[in-house]
Design a protein around this ligand. Structure first.
Ligand SMILES: Nc1ncnc2c1ncn2[C@@H]1O[C@H](COP(=O)(O)OP(=O)(O)OP(=O)(O)O)[C@@H](O)[C@H]1O
Ligand SMILES: [Mg+2]
Length: 349
C-alpha cells in the first residue's frame, strides 16, 4: 500500500476573533501512528478537522501526500475520519452503514458486497452484519464506525477520541486492536486523545498541544524524559518542580533550593531555574544521607504496586513514589525523612 505523509506549515485558524490554532508546524511520516495530546480546549479537534477539511478555512498550508489540500473538499482529500460520537446511521443495518460511503461513490454492487465483507472481517464483526446499531455494544459500534471509515480505503485515518465512550477495560482492549489494525493496513493515522496513557501506549510519536500551539513533538519516552517546558513536564505524568538557582563553576553544576540546600547535578542539561524530577526518581530514608534533602511526610496513599507520599521539602510539596512489596515498612505521616535524588534523571527548565 502506498503510504502518505502529512505536512502542516504555519497553520492559523480563528473562530470569529478567537485564535484557536496559532502557528502549527508538523510533519507526520508515512505509516506513522501519531497522537495529538492536550487538555480540553487546546485545539486538538480543530486541528484534526482542519486536516479532514471541516470547519473554517485555516491560513497556512496542509499537504497530504505532497498535495496541497486547503482548497479541496473533505471527500476529495481521501482521508477517513472517525468521530467521537461514532455517528452510525440508527435506521440502517451494520452492513448498510458500512456500505454507505461506497454507495455514495457509486461503486458497483458486487464490489460493495465484497469490500464490506472484508472491512467487517477486519474488525471481527462479519457475523453481525444484519444487526441494527442499537443492538450493538459500545465497543462493537466503535468497530463498525472504524469499518465504515476504512472500507473506502482512505490514505489517512483521523480518529477523534474514538475510545472515549468505552469503559476502562474495553478501552485498553480496543486501543490494542486499533494499533494492530493500523499496523496491518499501514495507514498513516492521527489519534486525538486527552488521555496520556492512551497516547503513550499507542503512538509512535505525539504532539502535545496547549492553547492552539504545539508545545513539543517526539516519542512518548522523549516527551516524558526530556520535556521541553513545564507544561509538558506536568501534563505527562506527575512532575515535581523545585524552584531555585543553578550554579556552574570549576567543580561542576549545583542546584540551590529555595531553602538553601544544594544538589549536585551531573551536567547543566538546560537553562532555567526549575529542577524537574519524577516521583519514582526520589527515594526516602529515615537515616540522614549526604547530599540529600530533608523532608517531612505529609500524607501517603497506598496504590498497590507503589506507595505515594506527599512530602514537604525544599520549600515546596513534592510527590515521592516508593515501590511496595509485602512486609515492607511504610513511612508514617509526620516522619522526618531524607530524600535521595537521582540527579541523572533531573531536567532543568
Ligand atoms: N464552532 C466553534 N465556534 C467557536 N469556538 C469554537 C468552535 N469550536 C471550537 N471552538 C473553540 O476552540 C477551542 C479549541 O476547541 P477544540 O474542540 O479544538 O478543543 P479540543 O482540544 O478538541 O478539546 P476537547 O479535549 O475538549 O475535545 C476551544 O476554546 C473551543 O471553545
Ligand atoms: Mg476535541
Amino acid at each position: 500500500m502506498a503510504q502518505t505523509g502529512i505536512t502542516i506549515e504555519d497553520l492559523h485558524l480563528s473562530f470569529g476573533d478567537t485564535d484557536v490554532l496559532r502557528g502549527v508546524d508538523l510533519d507526520i511520516r508515512p505509516g506513522e501512528f501519531f497522537a495529538f495530546l492536550g487538555p480540553s480546549g487546546s485545539g486538538k479537534s480543530t486541528l484534526l478537522r482542519a486536516i479532514a477539511g471541516f470547519g473554517p478555512r485555516p491560513r497556512g498550508r496542509i499537504l497530504i501526500g505532497g498535495r496541497e489540500v486547503l482548497d479541496l473538499a473533505p471527500w476529495a482529500r481521501n482521508v477517513g475520519m472517525v468521530f467521537q460520537s461514532y455517528a452510525l446511521w440508527p435506521h440502517m443495518s451494520v452492513r448498510d452503514n458500512v456500505a454507505f460511503g461506497l454507495r455514495e461513490r457509486r461503486v458497483p454492487a458486487r464490489q460493495i458486497r465484497d469490500r464490506v465483507d472484508a472491512a467487517l472481517d477486519l474488525v471481527g464483526l462479519g457475523h453481525l452484519d444484519e444487526r441494527m446499531p442499537n443492538q450493538l455494544s459500545g465497543g462493537q459500534q466503535q468497530r463498525i464506525a472504524l469499518a465504515r471509515t476504512i472500507v473506502v480505503e482512505p490514505e489517512v485515518l483521523l480518529l477523534d477520541e474514538p475510545l472515549s465512550n468505552l469503559d476502562a477495560s474495553l478501552r485498553v482492549q480496543m486501543r490494542r486492536e486499533l494499533l494492530g489494525l493500523q499496523r496491518k493496513l499501514g495507514l498513516t493515522t492521527i489519534f486525538v486523545t486527552h488521555d496520556q496513557e492512551e497516547a503513550n501506549t499507542t503512538s509512535d510519536r505525539m504532539a502535545v498541544l496547549d492553547g492552539g500551539v504545539i508545545q513539543q513533538i517526539g516519542t512518548p519516552q522523549e516527551l516524558y524524559d526530556q520535556p521541553a517546558n513545564l507544561f509538558v513536564a506536568g501534563f505527562l505524568g506527575t512532575a515535581n518542580i523545585f524552584e531555585g538557582r543553578i550554579e556552574t563553576d570549576g567543580d561542576g553544576v549545583r542546584f540551590h533550593t529555595r531553602t538553601g540546600e544544594v544538589l549536585t547535578l551531573p551536567e547543566a542539561g538546560g537553562e532555567g531555574a526549575n529542577l524537574v524530577l519524577r516521583p519514582q526518581n526520589i527515594s526516602m530514608t529515615l537515616a540522614p544521607r549526604e547530599g540529600g534533602l530533608r523532608g517531612e511526610v505529609l500524607h501517603r496513599e497506598f496504590l498497590g504496586s507503589q506507595i505515594r507520599y506527599l512530602v514537604r521539602a525544599a520549600g515546596t510539596e513534592i510527590v515521592v513514589d516508593q515501590s511496595h512489596s509485602a512486609g515492607r515498612d511504610w513511612f508514617e505521616t509526620g516522619a522526618q525523612v531524607h530524600l535521595v535524588v537521582n540527579t541523572a534523571s533531573a531536567v532543568v527548565l
